[in-house]
Each structure stands twice: as C-alpha cells, then as structure tokens.
Design a protein around this ligand. Structure first.
Ligand SMILES: C[S@@+](CC[C@H](N)C(=O)[O-])C[C@H]1O[C@@H](n2cnc3c(N)ncnc32)[C@H](O)[C@@H]1O
Length: 299
C-alpha cells in the first residue's frame, strides 16, 4: 500500500506535467475525495497508508484531471458563498468573482427591508436570477438571508434557457432547504410576459467574447459553451436583457449584472444606447476590477 505522501508526490508531478497551475491543491482535493477525507486531513497525515481501493479511485480521478477536466466536475461539487453546490457538465462551475454579485444583492435586500417602516403583511421582495445555471446566485442569496432570519421576506425566480440546468438548480435549492423560497423556470432571459415586475434582477449571463473562447484554459472546454459565449464583444446576451428591464423591473427596481473586468466602460455605453437616461454604477470586485453593473431608472 502507498502512503498519502507518495500518492501526493506522484500526483503533483503528473498534474504539473499536464499543465495544471494548481497541481498541489488539485491533488490534495482529489486524494481527499478518493479516500473520503477533508483536504486538511490529507495534508496533515502524509504518513498514513491509503487502501488499494482508495488508491485506485485516486488514480481514476487523477487521469480525468490530467485530461483537463475541472476538479469540481470530478468531485461533483463546488463551494460558493460558503456552501456546497452540486455541479456537473450541464452547468457552469460557479466562480469566486460571482460572490460579489450575491454580496451586493444581499446588501440591496437589507437596504430595502430597512429603508422605512414595512407593513406587517408586506409582500416579499421579488427577485429574478437570470441565467441561474446550477442556481448558485439564487440559492446562495436565499441561504444567506435565512441565516439572517429574513428569508421569508423574499421570493426568487431563477431562469435558464436550458431545461437540464433547471433540474440541477432545483436539486441545489431543495438540498439547501430553500425550495419554498426559490422557484425555477425555463425561459429565454425572463418569462415572455412579466405580470408582476421584480424589485431586483440579478444576472450572471455569458459575457466572454466569442473569439476568446478557444483561448480559455482547457478546463473551460468541459463547461457548456452557451454559459460562456457572449457574442462578438461579450455583451450580446446582456444587451438583450437590457431591453427587457423597463417592463420587468418595478419603478424603483434595480438590476445587478455581472460583467467582465474589461467591460466597465462598454456596459455604460450599452445601457445609454438601450435605456437612455437610466443610471449605471459599476461596482468593483476584491481585486479592484469592474465586476457588477448596477442599472436603474432615473430618480
Ligand atoms: C455564466 S453562466 C452563470 C451561471 C450561474 N448564474 C452562476 O453564476 O454560476 C450563464 C448561464 O446563463 C444561461 N443562459 C445563457 N443564455 C441565456 C438566455 N438567453 N436565457 C436564459 N439563460 C441563459 C446559461 O445556460 C448559463 O447557465
């Protein structure tokens, strides 16, 4: 039987050779997955022996990673906003940058709830999560508001154009016990007619330029291209969403739209063209890059 240390060493060597820039982290996660232990346990016990079954599982997973498959698809889950989401090739793997969108949404909900006296039987705040994927934004927001004991004050509708993805998002909502607060529908951006407009529209839609897609790291080639491809300048899908905002947002509603780090100026122009007079404020992420555009009607 081999030890943890022996398997880690050969794994790191092989992943480095295959081009992984996070070889050590990947191998610790994969070995932990194979033997049913946390990564920290793996790192803390290099001398431990690994069973033949565990080593065989690790070998199979390592081969998948060597071929470029993302660790999150191999393990079947990804942590986002402090909780684990089931992920598989039906949906994009949630990215850490998107946590900024959830954080701003949470802040916006709290601002609305505390802005003034709220009638005892006030309607829940209506929120849409457009292009929900595995449900990361919608579910993370609901779970976080539940921790603050205010989840009853919201209703979220997650949408995606892919029916497969909707099933996965539903699994995540139910798995995190927020299935009663978050519903999902298959739709092109939003339902064709929005009868009851939203106070908050959240969107992490595809925003990668089509010509950049072939240059992305190989791991991205395992993800659905419709989740990444934002057309010639990356903003094609977002532009279509902008045209829906006047009908889909309440008078005092706001849209929070994730953008690429180099799209801060372009989103302002896109809003000016599609929605003359509307206001756009671009919020930065932790790295100081443009990340979320807040779009609303003139006061
Ligand atoms: C960048 S992924 C984001 C997924 C998820 N919101 C997240 O942050 O992990 C974009 C998602 O938008 C969906 N999408 C693309 N075009 C769409 C459209 N026209 N209407 C609805 N969803 C769309 C894709 O299927 C994909 O799930």
């Amino acid at each position: 039987m081999q030890t943890v240390d022996q398997l880690l060493r050969t794994g790191v060597e092989r992943l480095r050779a295959s081009g992984s820039e996070t070889a050590r982290l990947d191998v610790e996660l994969l070995l932990g997955h194979a033997i049913g232990a946390d990564r920290t346990v793996v790192a803390a016990h290099p001398e431990a022996s690994v069973s033949l079954d565990g080593a065989a599982r690790f070998e199979a997973d390592l081969a998948r990673r060597e071929a470029g498959e993302p660790v999150a698809y191999i393990r079947g889950f990804k942590e986002f906003y402090g909780i684990a989401f089931s992920v598989d090739p039906r949906a994009l793997i949630p990215r850490p940058e998107t946590e900024r969108l959830v954080e701003l949404a949470e802040r916006e909900v709290i601002r609305r709830l505390t802005a003034g006296p709220r009638p005892a039987r006030a309607r829940p705040i209506r929120i849409a999560d457009v292009g929900t994927g595995c449900g990361a934004v919608a579910v993370a927001l609901a779970v976080s508001l539940r921790r603050r004991r205010i989840v009853e004050e919201i209703r979220v509708l997650g949408t995606d154009e892919s029916a497969d993805v909707i099933d996965l998002a539903r699994e995540n909502a139910v798995g995190h016990s927020v299935g009663d607060r978050v519903r999902f529908v298959e739709a092109d951006l939003l339902p064709p007619v929005v009868v009851d407009p939203f106070e908050l529209i959240l969107a992490n839609l595809p925003y990668v330029r089509s010509d950049v897609i072939p240059e992305l790291p190989v791991a991205a080639s395992f993800e659905p291209v419709r989740a990444l491809d934002g057309g010639p300048d990356g903003l094609a899908v977002i532009r279509r969403l902008l045209t829906r905002l006047p009908d889909a947002l309440t008078r005092d509603g706001a849209a929070l739209v994730e953008i690429g780090a180099d799209q801060g100026a372009a989103i302002g122009t896109a809003v000016d063209d599609a929605l003359p007079g509307w206001r756009t404020v671009v919020e930065l992420d932790l790295a100081g890059h443009p990340r979320v555009a807040r779009i609303e009607r003139p006061a």
